[in-house]
Design a protein around this ligand. Structure first.
Ligand code: ADP
Ligand code: MG
Ligand code: MG
Length: 324
């Protein structure tokens, strides 16, 4: 009797970095070496970009806020800062990389989570202004103009890490891999059998279920949702994606936003920004660009999928009405 064709087991590692559980699986080439190279790339970035680690380069930048010093930084840090600043300026009112004081007011940084009093929140919000973050990529320095300002890269660091990890895997000589960096799923190349990777998008209302399954190749799918990190006070849920217009958790009528793009850090940044922006603004922004696609889940349980994902998409909950 014929045994089924043997599936090669991937080389893999699961580890905790950037405050989340990450998995790297490599399916071809020098698997183990590629896995370790990817892990090292992510862990190096975590060491540079962490806001809670006083020895990180990001902490050095934040510590010098308002004192006029341009802080010398690793080129990866200035690349990411410049990118995050550009998104802040592209989608003002939805995204701001200097949101840190507001995250602190809500206690999301320390785990002492609380609804801040209006004065504290207003004070924190007055410090949020990415226009006062100066980044010099040539010199690889950055500077925060006002005392009390701080940068928080939580919305973009994992996407950037995905890109760096993917490059490390390719440099090691592998080309088929699947990475899950906490809500950012990156598909490298294709599966062994030559078909595209199949990646499920979680249903924010029941994370054991999927909204749909995406066909992916050399792309990242990044999901932002209020369900991922939140606390409850007096029966009200407060999540960690902040509307910089109000200082409160975004309440745009979306439960989750998944952005699929070949640009890994763009996927991460836009999933956060468009979650704040809401359905209409997100779709309008999508129409003005060509480098990403969207899966939106609305509070009234609709699933909206943009045209570029149509091919290869497997809806798993048709009764909820897909719009392409
Ligand atoms: P996750 O961290 O769950 O992957 P996101 O990628 O959406 O989710 O990033 C959320 C993080 O981004 C927050 O924890 C905070 O550090 C930061 N953040 C929250 N709101 C904003 C915002 N409006 N603009 C920029 N960064 C934000
Ligand atoms: Mg993000
Ligand atoms: Mg994310």
């Amino acid at each position: 009797c014929a045994a089924p064709a043997a599936q090669t087991e991937p080389s893999q590692a699961q580890f905790f970095s950037m405050d989340t559980v990450m998995t790297v699986r490599v399916y071809d080439g020098p698997g183990e070496e590629a896995v370790q190279a990817a892990r090292q790339a992510v862990e190096e970035l975590d060491g540079l970009l962490s806001r809670t680690d006083a020895d990180s380069q990001l902490s050095a930048l934040n510590a010098h806020a308002g004192d006029g010093i341009s802080v010398p930084l690793d080129s990866r840090v200035t690349e990411l800062l410049a990118f995050a600043k550009s998104v802040s300026q592209l989608l003002p009112g939805d995204f701001d990389v200097t949101i840190a004081p507001v995250m602190d007011a809500w206690g999301f940084t320390t785990d002492q989570r609380q609804v801040p009093d209006p004065q504290t929140l207003a004070g924190a919000l007055s410090l949020v202004d990415s226009g006062k973050l100066e980044v010099d990529k040539e010199a690889s320095t950055a500077r925060l103009e006002a005392a009390g300002m701080e940068v928080d890269l939580g919305a973009v660091a994992k996407g950037y890490a995905a890109g760096q990890a993917a490059a490390a895997i390719r440099d090691a000589g592998s080309s088929s891999a699947l990475l899950d960096l906490g809500g950012n799923v990156t598909a490298l190349g294709r599966k062994e059998d030559g078909s595209a990777w199949q990646v499920g998008v979680k249903d924010p209302q029941d994370t054991a279920q999927t909204l749909c399954v995406l066909s992916m190749e050399d792309q990242t799918a990044s999901t932002s949702g209020g369900y991922e990190r939140y606390f409850e006070e007096n029966g009200i849920q407060y999540h960690h994606i902040i509307d910089p217009k109000t200082g409160y958790p975004a309440d745009s009528g979306l439960l989750s936003v998944t952005v699929v793009s070949e640009n890994h850090m763009l996927a991460d940044a836009l999933s956060t920004a468009l979650f704040v922006a809401g359905e209409d603004a997100a779709l309008e922004f999508w129409r003005s660009r060509t480098n990403f696609e969207l899966v939106l889940c609305t509070a009234d349980s609709r699933v909206v999928v943009t045209q570029g994902l149509e091919e290869g998409l497997r809806p798993t909950g048709e009764e909820r009405g897909y719009t392409y």
